[in-house]
Design a protein around this ligand. Sequence first.
Ligand SMILES: [Zn+2]
Length: 194
Amino acid sequence: MAPAAVGACLILSRRVLSGSVYTLTKRQICYSIPCYYRRYKALRFMHTTCRMSCEKTDFASVSKEEWVKRLTPEQYYVTRESGTEPPFSGIYNSHFEKGIYKCTCCGSELFSSEAKFESHCGWPSFHTALGANNRDESKTNVLRRPDDSHGMKRVEVLCKNCNAHLGHVFNDGPKPTGERFCINSVSLKFESGE
Ligand SMILES: [Zn+2]
């Protein structure tokens, strides 16, 4: 993100907080890149400062049509229809730069590169969700859900914020958790920490 863009965001935030221009809660986000400010999560708004349309969106209520518009066909298939990208095909499968992996749909921070490991399974693998404290995932942005589809008993992993399907978690990972979050690259958006 360019420094100028961050500055613009900070100015906007002050306006927002003072209530002089917009009435927003902490769970809101501007989705336009120049105005992105990570403090506001879950919803999005566009504002006149960057001459974009003004809109509020609760990710839980985004319609199918809207997701189709926002995502690529592959992103839509994986994140909104619980699809799976082909093994060894994803851009983050053999990607080990330092940074944060975010939800491709809503920008929530999901995994740190520090928890990523080479599992040779064909998908990006993490042993811990970002913000987890041992087995306590209340401060993470991931959600677990039993998945009995395809004749298998698995545990699905979703984005807590927008319900995007991320992948599954298995009990064959390395220390410290012994778990392997097997995540689709197309569900993720990497932000470099360098
Ligand atoms: Zn999300």
